[in-house]
Design a protein around this ligand. Structure first.
Ligand SMILES: [Fe+2]
Ligand SMILES: [Fe+2]
Length: 287
């Protein structure tokens, strides 16, 4: 089947809507939280903090790029999913804004790092067509989905976080998996193909890695840990360890994105989502 016809067939397929439930969670960030809350490890903690610093503006960009082409969805199921996607990302933004304010109160250079990201997003925003902007969102949504899968597959690591942080990351990772195919489906409905998104993925991989490592280095430097050998030894294990390293864990799913016929729903994460919903309901229950 020619690729444009197969795209049409795929976008008009009848399917049950994905269960995407925006959950308006609120958090309070007390001064009593340990500074290195991820298993007592500075590298892991600041790696997650580095991601958190990207979310408020990154998720705003996702929402804007999806809104810009929402009219291309001629499917009520997808349109309902887009509404739920925007709801989830809006709540994530709010939660990470509040958490980032907590980091700033700890003396970390949050305003400077957010300003750096803002100027780059502004630069990109004025130069991208709506379809390329949505392709960038599709790529970043793939990153968040594979990182979420990694995190949710390791409940024993989540257990090393204090309660509010475990709840924040469990909730955010769960919702990233719930809505992982929404931007992708809209991109296809808008006529986006594999070549544009694959090319965009190469650019996004470069900028996303640079953003995370740049934030991570600045946060470690602010704590006087940038040149500590033990911190980087721990980081090397976290990222590249032979059994549990994050990079090896996400690499197959990352590479899968470059297949011309790739679709986020190719990977059935129903079991992982069900377990995460159960774990979140237990954490959200009054104690
Ligand atoms: Fe999100
Ligand atoms: Fe997302």
């Amino acid at each position: 089947m020619p690729s444009d016809l197969s795209t049409l067939a795929q976008t008009t397929e009848k399917r049950a809507p994905a269960a995407i439930a925006p959950r308006a969670l609120r958090f309070s960030w007390g001064a009593d939280l340990p500074r290195f809350w991820f298993g007592g490890d500075a590298f892991r903690t600041h790696y997650m903090n580095a991601l958190s610093l990207l979310f408020p503006q990154g998720e705003q960009f996702f929402i804007e790029t999806v809104r810009a082409l929402r009219h291309a969805s001629r499917d009520a199921t997808l349109d309902a999913e887009i509404g739920a996607f925007i709801g989830q990302e809006s709540w994530h933004r709010q939660a990470h804004l509040a958490y980032n304010a907590h980091l700033e109160a700890q003396g970390l250079p949050v305003a400077r790092l957010e300003a750096r990201l803002r100027s780059r997003i502004e630069f990109v925003r004025t130069r991208m067509t709506p379809l390329r902007g949505l392709a960038a969102t599709v790529c970043l949504e793939h990153f968040t989905a594979i990182l979420a899968h990694h995190l949710l597959s390791r409940p024993q690591e989540l257990e090393t976080m204090p309660l509010p942080l475990r709840r924040l990351w469990l909730w955010h990772a769960l919702e990233e998996l719930e809505h992982k195919s929404v931007a992708f489906d809209l991109y296809r409905a808008a006529g986006g193909g594999a070549a544009l998104r694959s090319g965009q993925m190469l650019i996004v991989t470069f900028t996303f890695t640079l953003d995370v490592l740049g934030n991570l280095a600045a946060l470690l430097a602010a704590d006087g840990l940038l040149w500590k050998r033990a911190v980087w030894a721990s980081g090397a294990g976290f990222l590249f360890g032979p059994r549990r390293g994050l990079v090896w864990s996400v690499l197959p799913a990352y590479l899968g994105f470059f297949r011309p016929g790739f679709h986020p729903r190719d990977t059935d994460e129903g079991q992982l989502i069900a377990s995460a919903r159960f774990a979140l309901s237990r954490l959200s229950a009054p104690h």
